[in-house]
Design a protein around this ligand. Structure first.
Ligand code: FAD
Length: 304
């Protein structure tokens, strides 16, 4: 029996709706923004959030029981492909007007932690960061994490450095992973850290190709964290981090497809109008090969 891989009617409608939204709302607005901007002016942000809520798509990655839309992972990826198709699409898809649950681990938090941290984030009142990577490495955090947390009565005292942490300079709080035990996965614990606490310092912005100012380096110097700000169990931090990375990297990969789709579309358009040596670029076989290779890669990526 054959498999039916066609999109459902609902998925097609959602894709059309998001595509129109990106083309009619995000792209024209972006023309007026600084090329490095990764935020919208508040008024525009609020206007577009209201539109997304009207579309029934606000809170991507938020489970339906917490108010997120009833969509499956495939639909989530289809939305991500569309949301990536504008200038800042890779690092700020639709400038976050679709909401989302950037610190999804907080759904597993205690009731007090949810009250203090999760709900304000879901309401869009608090900004957050996620600090796993360190100068010693990001691919293999279980081995690389050197930031230490040592118990001192009702507190934990944290010292160390986190590197490439997105948005920590603008965040109210974040999840940070530190070593409370021995080497390996079982020695890592997650903490909820407020950026206003003594001992928390954003040392510098780390410039990357994504935008002029995005990632940061964080320095922790004897940062005292109340024990109730531990997230999950002592030694359970690695599985908390893993859970987030597994859930969120799939739509993130889909966003990258969106960038490729848009880039190839622009290349095709340009090749048709740009003339050199008396003919449009699109008539040169060398250019055609490149565009066709792109199209093949994009279609193959979509099937993955
Ligand atoms: C713009 C930006 C924003 C970021 N934001 C955040 C953030 O908010 N929070 C956070 O915690 N981190 C963040 N990161 C860090 C990111 O997660 C790490 O850069 C990533 O995990 C890779 O770690 P690394 O750079 O230390 O590379 P390394 O771990 O040193 O790896 C170096 C290279 O070797 C490759 N490699 C590693 N292991 C293997 C293997 N077994 N086989 C083959 N190849 C291998 C890697 O793919 C990589 O190309 C951000 C990074 C960037 C660039």
């Amino acid at each position: 029996m054959g498999m039916d891989l066609a999109l459902t009617e609902e998925q097609r409608l959602i894709v059309d709706m998001v595509r129109r939204f990106v083309r009619e709302e995000i792209v024209p607005l972006e023309a007026k923004l600084d090329p490095d901007a990764d935020e919208l002016p508040l008024e525009e942000f609020n206007r577009l959030v209201a539109m997304v809520k009207e579309m029934g798509l606000y809170g991507l990655d938020t489970p339906p029981e917490w108010g997120g839309p009833e969509i499956n992972l495939l639909t989530r990826c289809l939305i991500a492909i569309e949301c990536g198709q504008h200038r800042a699409g890779l690092y700020a898809p639709c400038y976050y007007v679709f909401g989302g649950a950037r610190q999804a681990q907080l759904f597993e938090a205690t009731d007090e932690q949810k009250e203090q941290y999760l709900y304000p984030m879901l309401r869009g009142e608090k900004k957050t960061f996620f600090a796993l990577s360190e100068p010693s490495g990001g691919s293999d955090p279980a081995r690389a994490i050197q930031t230490r947390a040592v118990r001192d009565g009702d507190h934990w005292v944290l010292s160390g450095t986190k590197l490439w942490i997105s948005g920590a300079d603008r965040a109210d709080y974040g999840l940070l992973f530190a070593r409370t035990g021995g080497p390996g996965r079982g020695g890592v614990t997650a903490f909820i850290i407020e950026t206003g606490w003594d001992g928390f310092n954003v040392r510098r912005a780390v410039h990357t190709l994504r935008s002029a100012k995005y990632a940061t380096e964080i320095e922790l110097k004897d940062l005292r964290v109340p024990h109730e700000n531990m997230l999950g169990e002592e030694g359970g931090g690695f599985s908390i981090a893993n859970d987030r990375l597994m859930r969120q990297r799939i739509p993130y990969a889909a966003e990258c497809i969106g960038i490729a789709v848009k880039a190839n579309e622009m290349a095709v358009e340009y090749a048709k109008v740009r003339e050199t040596f008396g003919a449009p670029l699109s008539e040169r076989q060398g250019i055609q090969w490149m565009l066709v290779e792109n199209e093949i890669d994009i279609r193959a990526m979509k099937w993955l």
